[in-house]
Design a protein around this ligand. Sequence first.
Ligand SMILES: Nc1ncnc2c1ncn2[C@@H]1O[C@H](COP(=O)(O)OP(=O)(O)OP(=O)(O)O)[C@@H](O)[C@H]1O
Length: 603
Amino acid sequence: MPRLVGGLLSALGASLAALAIPRVLQALVEGPLAEGAAAHDLGALVVPVVLVLVLGVAEAGFVLLRRNLVMYPGTRIEAEMRMALFRHLQDLPVAFHDRWPGGQLLSRIMGDLGLLRRWLIFGLLQLVVSAVTIVVGVGILLATAGWLGLVYLAGAVPVTVIAFRFSRRYRVIARLSQDQSGDLATTVEESVHGIRVLKAFGRGRDALESFTGQAEELRQTEMRKAGNQATVTTSLQLIPEVTLAVCLVLGSVLAAQGQITLGDLVAFFLTAAVINGPVIDLGMTLSMTLNARTAVDRFCEVMETPNPLPDPADPVETGPVRGHVRLRDVSFRYEDSAVPVLDHVDLDLPVGTTTALVGLTGSGKSTLAMLVPRIFDVTGGEVLLDGHDVRTMRRHDVRRAVAVAFEDPTLFSASVRDNVLLGVPEDGPDAVPAEERERRLHEAVEVAQAGFVADLPQGVETRIGEEGLSLSGGQRQRLALARAIAARPAVLVLDDPLSALDVATEEAVTSRLREVLDGTTSLVIAHRPSTVALADRVAVLQDGRVTAVGTHRDLLATDAHYRHVISSLEQDWEDADHPDAVTEPDAEPETTAPQAQTEESER
Ligand SMILES: Nc1ncnc2c1ncn2[C@@H]1O[C@H](COP(=O)(O)OP(=O)(O)OP(=O)(O)O)[C@@H](O)[C@H]1O
């Protein structure tokens, strides 16, 4: 802030120095120049000439100082706003990101904040300097030659009207242009993200055409922007120059009549020339200001979006979480949907058990799974973790206790190590020592059967490309699973994270998981019979409710809907040409009974 104020003062200093020069010249014309010329006394010119030189150097010095002073706060404000926006985006729930296109957020965080920085560094000071130069300058004009000053001032009327109209029009176009930039960024992001699909379906040309259409729209808007700016700049250039010409005629007449001295006339025109600069630049200054204002509006739209999943004011301190999950009378409806996906669901996941969640496609399995780590909040009932409603706990505590691996794994463009250890803090109050991190990394890779990382060029240090696209689907899934394992959660939610693995690897992963995650409560969404057969117990989701919970064998014997779901899973699996599918799911899982496990882990 002091630097910004310093910058403003330097800018004012520069404009006052510029305005002082005509006054010295006036004194020069009226004094030493007139008298000295007569007396051939060149020595009398020294003081005013040196003064003009000093003022000129001071003006340049102030301009330089202004630039240096505002550069730091300008870039700092931009960086801080960018960080605040990113922090807020991280904090906002998934529902927000489902609604907002990525490109719109990208254009806000990059393009808009860049516009704001440029305004802070140039536009803001330009605005202040222009205002001060114009007000002080016009005051000097009025004091120097009253009537002439008023004539010059009359030019302010059309200037104000033009500037006002321009602002109204330009504001709309600036908003349109910034929104269109966001849409364009979204298209680029989607096309790059979906490049494989576009290529596979030969839709590259269509994507290009759609992109070209949008780019053309943006170009048209930019043309309109530039056109408006050119019109206003021309008008703003014309008005003060016409006014100056009128003043020149009037001033010459007044000087001829002896109503005004030559020195006054020189000072008047030199001052008017100083004022003309900011008036002519007004169009550019205004457009820069309006672009920045639109950028701030777009920034605030995101920043002012409240987080509907806030941390409680007085969160419960749970201590180490054991992992008993209970859904009590849970209902859930998506914001933009009329019907609830989950309708009075009751489900108990005792500590240390593995429960497979089974249901027809679209029955709400993934939705239910996302309620446990509070990715969404229930719209009715409650999700309890060790008896505490998750809404009464800090989100950070819930998510430290519950790890999730999704079917569609998201990896980051970082090393295998960083991806796997994402949920293992390196610093902060929960920091895990380096040795332990290393141990977890190797264990997680081994359990997830991700031994392929050893064959990567730099092993676990290999940087995997953007979103891990340099890996196969099954390799990505195994790394995402390793990540969930390395976090050592009390509750592990697996949203069909092994779907891309062959049955043998899935079995190997699952049996190692059991050993390593002894005592961990697992909820596994199952899309194939082999996954179901590996769980302790199965919960059946039907019409938004959990209609049955039991062992695979019991449910096969007693529950008609379960038999229907299992046979459709088998059918899908066979249709997908998986010859090694488990078609006879009658093997009893090689696990202890859920009750026994619960007792074991609770002791
Ligand atoms: N973000 C969302 N906004 C609105 N509706 C959604 C959203 N996500 C899912 N749904 C709807 O909720 C219902 C349940 O979806 P969900 O993904 O939970 O089902 P699922 O049982 O996991 O399905 P599948 O087995 O096919 O993965 C579906 O009708 C789906 O259209």
